[in-house]
Design a protein. Structure first.
Length: 64
């Protein structure tokens, strides 16, 4: 996945990367039947698993 390319702290995710992440996140929400109220917590866990690091609030807000 494109997110692995932005693994170092000095790199930023591109708009393309964020769009791809958003689509995969939406698919994950559907597959796991996550309610809208639980999206923020699901996004944190999703990004942690996807990037193998803690997701900052600014990234979670962009994806959700």
């Amino acid at each position: 996945m494109a997110v692995n390319r932005a693994a170092s702290k000095s790199e930023r995710l591109s708009a393309f990367d964020l769009d791809a992440l958003r689509e995969v996140f939406r698919k994950s929400v559907r597959e796991h039947d996550v309610s809208a109220a639980d999206w923020a917590e699901h996004a944190k866990l999703f990004l942690k698993r996807t990037t193998k690091r803690e997701a900052g609030k600014e990234i979670v807000n962009r994806v959700v």
